[in-house]
Design a protein around this ligand. Sequence first.
Ligand code: 13P
Length: 285
Amino acid sequence: MIVTTKVLLEKAKQDGYAVGAFNTVNLETTKAILDAAEELSSPVIVQLTEKTMEYAGGRVLFSLIRNMAEFYHSHIPVAIHLDHGKSYEIVERAIEIGLPSVMYDGSRHTYSDNVRTTKKVVELAHSKGVSVQAELGNVPYLSEVHGAIDWDEYMTDPDEAIRFVGETGIDTLAVAIGNAHGFAAERSEPDYERLSRISERVSIPLILHGASDWEDGRAEEVIRRGISCFNVDTAIKLAFVGTLTRVIGEGDKTDIRSVLEPARDAVKEEVKRKMHLYGSAGKAK
Ligand code: 13P
């Protein structure tokens, strides 16, 4: 069953667990994510980026996810989401294709430019029943966090966050509390206090990007302090490519399915592990 991220995450927030938003690029990763959700009765967000829309064809991949979800997993709540739309035009295109949920990422712009475009995106999206995520502060990328980093430059300001939500009308907010995209050298200790101050002020669900490597107590701690969604991309890529490389190296393989299937299964197991960690397993029952 296709739902908006707003519905999915408001329920998670209310019930004190988090949902994984997993990046897909093709049939194999889509099937792995949805099969994991089915096996664990977990709500799930399947998301694609602008680059993936170019790679696979946005309309084609969206139809694939929607058809797979509707025909094979009709009782699992599935949201389909555009991750990191960097311009109004790409968000407009995703909405035109039919995505029920989008992110406009203006986090690298000034506060006022971020507000201006996010508001415009919200007007368009809400007129079509589409949920909107935006980002304030910004979550750095692996290439930016080599060596010393001034984390204060990236962090979400709690007072600015409440103003931003009020001025834009967004449905969910991505926050920066020491997290970074990729398996990066993140802040040695997340700024848990900052997260608590944000969630005391902001009533909409909060998202954590760069979450592939958030385990060992960190994930549980930020859920307790108000995170309702983790974005996971790198862990999926590593599971897929690592397995594919191993299997190809194992000998003569001419049947494409025989190399893709183990890679797909490795992604499914990784997604299931995350669903247990986030507490979403069993929540679709
Ligand atoms: P990772 O690359 O750390 O998995 O982060 C994914 C992400 O935030 C996608 O929006």
